[in-house]
Design a binder for this molecule. Sequence first.
Ligand SMILES: NC(=O)c1ccc[n+]([C@@H]2O[C@H](COP(=O)([O-])OP(=O)(O)OC[C@H]3O[C@@H](n4cnc5c(N)ncnc54)[C@H](OP(=O)(O)O)[C@@H]3O)[C@@H](O)[C@H]2O)c1
Length: 331
Amino acid sequence: MPRQIVLASRPSGWPTEANFSLTEAGQPDLADGQVRVRNLFMSVDPYMRGRMNDVKSYVPPFRLGEPLEGGAIGTVIESRSPDLAEGDLVLHMLGWRDEAVLPAKHAQKLAEIEGLSPSAYLGVLGMPTLTAYVGLLDIAALKPGDVVFVSGAAGAVGSMAGQIAKLKGAARVIGSAGTDEKVQWLREIGFDAAFNYRSAPVLEQLRDAAPDGLDVYFDNVGADHLDAALVALSNYGRVAMSGAIADYNATEPPPGPTNVSLVITKRLTLRGFIVSDHQNRLPDMIADVSTWLAEGKLAHTETVVDDLENAPAAFIDLLRGANTGKMVVRL
Ligand SMILES: NC(=O)c1ccc[n+]([C@@H]2O[C@H](COP(=O)([O-])OP(=O)(O)OC[C@H]3O[C@@H](n4cnc5c(N)ncnc54)[C@H](OP(=O)(O)O)[C@@H]3O)[C@@H](O)[C@H]2O)c1
């Protein structure tokens, strides 16, 4: 019998495995237009932490007692739609389960790419890279010659943001991450400088890495990183506000930046964005990324956890920083 992970309770602060439970799912007959998909990989993403709270946001909260949702890649094993056939590889949003039943129109048919795992569609060819691409090029309006700082730099979005900045002509790219191993990897994949934010205050390390100031900050973290970046940014600096992962498990309202008046005196632009508003840029991202991959100019990695029953642990580990590159669960 196929299995699924349901939301057993809502976390207060850090999620624990007790907030999830593994249950048997039924095998309903297909209605006209539906397909049954055997999931191969599912994504765990930081935004899912927000969906565990019962609050209104840009996506509705997960429902108690119901299976969680999220990006997944699978193979069609039964079809009652002329648009998809048995054996087709698809991307859809019913992860956290062995099998998904959904309208064919909610599944996107994918090409199998030689040399790439299908999980690439959850990472380097998917939503995280589109976030990096749009955030840098459209939201922060990257220009050749810019000095760029990326936080959360060894993760799925950050590792792409730093490399795309270099490929699009940034003069210098600096990344921060939470372990020395991640910092070493960032240097290997082309960051000009990288530091471990746990080993000394962010501002101190950022000033050393960018003595002449920053033009662009790609913010995945918020908190101490945003505070430091506001100080390090040059006049007319631009910030793409992608995420604030340092605050996702906060139980009290997190303190705001201590130096907001710098936004005025330095004429800074801070702009938030949500990747799903920018699907029109997917073809441009895929074209650029495919070229860079073929030319060997873009490095990518995944942290792969096996089996659906370990998906809650993979998600919690993602929030703690156990991943380098994209965190995925192989089903
Ligand atoms: N705006 C959008 O549409 C959009 C779309 C996708 C993702 N995002 C955001 O982009 C960010 C990265 O997402 P992702 O999917 O690429 O995840 P990810 O970076 O692959 O994984 C999360 C990483 O966050 C880091 N982290 C956790 N707590 C931290 C803290 N207190 N301070 C600094 N770093 C911390 C950990 O790495 P360390 O070991 O380095 O701590 C961890 O590996 C998240 O904020 C996410 O919400 C936004």
